[in-house]
Design a protein around this ligand. Structure first.
Ligand code: MLT
Length: 266
């Protein structure tokens, strides 16, 4: 399977250049990557979905080819994505598919831009705010990365981001992607994750078709975290991807794409 040709767009918002690839044609799905990754993490799934959907795959501010800013927040990310949809003249409501930090941004997008959404796919994510120890850990990540570079977070996360059975090539691909992120962007997002709002009260208000995806071997956002999210959202469906860690769309792209197609009724 090969990735179809991308149409790459760039625009500036709040003094930062954002870069986005779109693939394929059909009902739009906005794919929002996790931390500390970029839009490439979706490529294995997009290869399987671009024949049926318009796959909109941005690099968030501070990641990939997009510009950096020393500050980030879930609000800023959500507003960047709404501005991106304007820039792309994407006027019909989209399904937002977010993984981990991308799902957290999805909750914020729902609160701020509900009218732009046709549905939500929440993958390997969490709704609760950071614990006090977590806030300290996020601040340490930010200072470590600013001092020593993004390889430090790649080294720290590579042992937990994938299922133990993940192939070595996937391990190297994920590590290289994390290590390549700009330290300023990684630090800003680590702090933004530390101060993220509580999305738990939002769950009961979600009035959109919602698919929740868990990875059977995810130790960062374990399956019970996703079950709890699905149970809190009226009518949400939960799919657990077997033999997958935290990066379900890259680890098990066939099962992931099948879950998305089943959800979309195609
Ligand atoms: C992510 O994939 O976005 C991160 O694992 C989120 C986190 O560190 O909580």
């Amino acid at each position: 399977m090969t990735l179809p040709a991308a149409k790459t767009s760039e625009f500036e918002i709040d003094a930062v250049r954002l870069v986005c690839d779109t693939f394929g044609a059909g009902p739009p799905i906005l794919f929002v990557h996790g931390f500390p990754l970029d839009g490439r993490m979706w490529h294995p799934a997009v290869e399987r979905l671009a024949a049926r959907f318009r796959c909109i795959v941005p690099d968030l501010r501070g990641f990939g080819r997009s510009g950096t800013s020393p500050q980030a927040s879930m609000t800023r990310f959500a507003d960047d994505l709404a501005a991106l949809l304007d820039h792309l003249r994407e006027n019909q409501p989209v399904v937002l598919c977010g993984l981990s930090m991308g799902g957290i941004i999805g909750f914020e997008f729902f609160r701020r831009h509900r009218a732009r959404l046709a549905g939500l796919i929440l993958c390997n994510t969490r709704a609760k705010p950071e614990s006090p120890e977590g806030v300290v850990r996020r601040e340490k990540t930010a200072t470590d990365v600013l001092r020593d570079g993004s390889r430090t977070i790649a080294d720290a996360m590579i042992g937990s981001i994938l299922a133990p059975t993940a192939p070595e090539a996937l391990r190297q691909w994920s590590h290289a992607m994390m290590a390549s992120q700009p330290p300023i962007g990684v630090a800003a997002s680590a702090r933004a994750l530390g101060t993220r709002p509580d999305s738990y009260p939002t769950l009961a208000r979600i009035d959109l078709p919602t698919l929740v995806i868990a990875g059977s071997h995810d130790t960062i956002t374990p399956p019970p975290t996703l079950s709890e999210i699905a149970a809190g959202i009226p009518g949400a469906r939960l799919v657990t991807i077997e033999n997958s860690g935290h990066l379900s769309p890259a680890e098990q792209p066939d099962a992931f794409a099948a879950a998305v197609m089943n959800y979309a009724g195609s």
